[in-house]
Design a protein. Sequence first.
Length: 372
Amino acid sequence: MDEQKISILLVDDKQENLLALEGILADPDYNLVKTLSGLGALELILEHEFALILLDVHMPVMDGFETAKYIKKREKSRHIPIIFLTAVSIDEKFIFEGYAAGAVDYIIKPFDPYILKSKVSVFVELYRQSRQLEHVNKKLQETMKDLEVAYKELESFTYSVSHDLRAPLRAMSSFSQRLLDRYSGSMDEEGRDYLARISGAAQRMGELIEGLLTLSRATRAEIRRESVDLSSLAERIAKDLGRTHPERNVRFTIAEGLTVQGDPGLLRSVMENLLGNAWKFTSMREQAHIEFGAAPQSDGKRAYFVRDNGIGFNMAHATKLFGVFERLHPEKPFPGTGIGLATVQRIVQRHGGRAWAEASENRGATFYFTLE
Ligand SMILES: Nc1ncnc2c1ncn2[C@@H]1O[C@H](COP(=O)(O)OP(=O)(O)OP(=O)(O)O)[C@@H](O)[C@H]1O
Ligand SMILES: [Mg+2]
């Protein structure tokens, strides 16, 4: 059987009827398969895939209704549309029986060949479309699987590379330190400067690697679902930040009672990153103001936000910020590795939410996130 063609099963106990049907439906795209009995039809259905069945009602041994019931019982064939053809069973009762047996149409002989042909072509088109959809779906699923595998590989690659890079880096740091300690007397100013730069660069690289490992852990960690009080978490982080720079003048406004379901460790990391950024990027303000709160969204969900009156940024970069190592502001006076917001985004996404930012240059920034 030519598998490229669309197969249609014609079932009638009279050879001349089959030939007539074949004449009407002849089409180079169709593969018309004929059989003289219900049993013959059931056998053929096991072996081949059909887009449509034209089934005579009145047949000896197993009539059309019975045949249809068997066809509908089998997993492999229950989806195949059936058009009943009959000259005798025109009583309404039979018509209902036909539909109950799983018919999609009921055509009474003598029929108009043109109408039969168009009906068949409608079902063939439906079949083609569903096959196409199946094909696209399968492809999509395969792509998703490939993506998932690639993503996991990339993740473990990042993790092991970052991990393995630490040992040679430690050697670089400690030997340049030893060089400085022991031989700095026999070096000129320039030599000492070079060594200090090597050691500084190694330290920076160490920070970047630590950042990557943190990000990787946030991606791989199992998510626990517990009740987490974001408000008291924010209070504690604010207090800790205050201790790091007691001379700064920063006012925190923290909404009370904002409790969510999520992973305590990962959500702490979200809050630390966002509040830490707000703290850092308000460092040039005489009077800094940092706010944590919740805002209802148009879809009824709640977004949480951290707002500051700091340096802000140009909205043209608003999505870039969440990329790994993406930084908009200079290392001095705003030190960092550019991994914080990437971590925030992964954690929030793993909780089924999303993160975004609103800001304008020199007029503060607001970072929002939802959790499901
Ligand atoms: N509150 C903020 N106000 C202004 N710019 C911000 C704010 N938060 C983040 N940004 C911008 O987004 C960049 C990326 O932020 P992210 O937290 O990922 O990195 P980082 O703070 O520079 O370093 P890290 O968090 O890894 O120590 C920052 O460098 C800064 O340019
Ligand atoms: Mg940060």
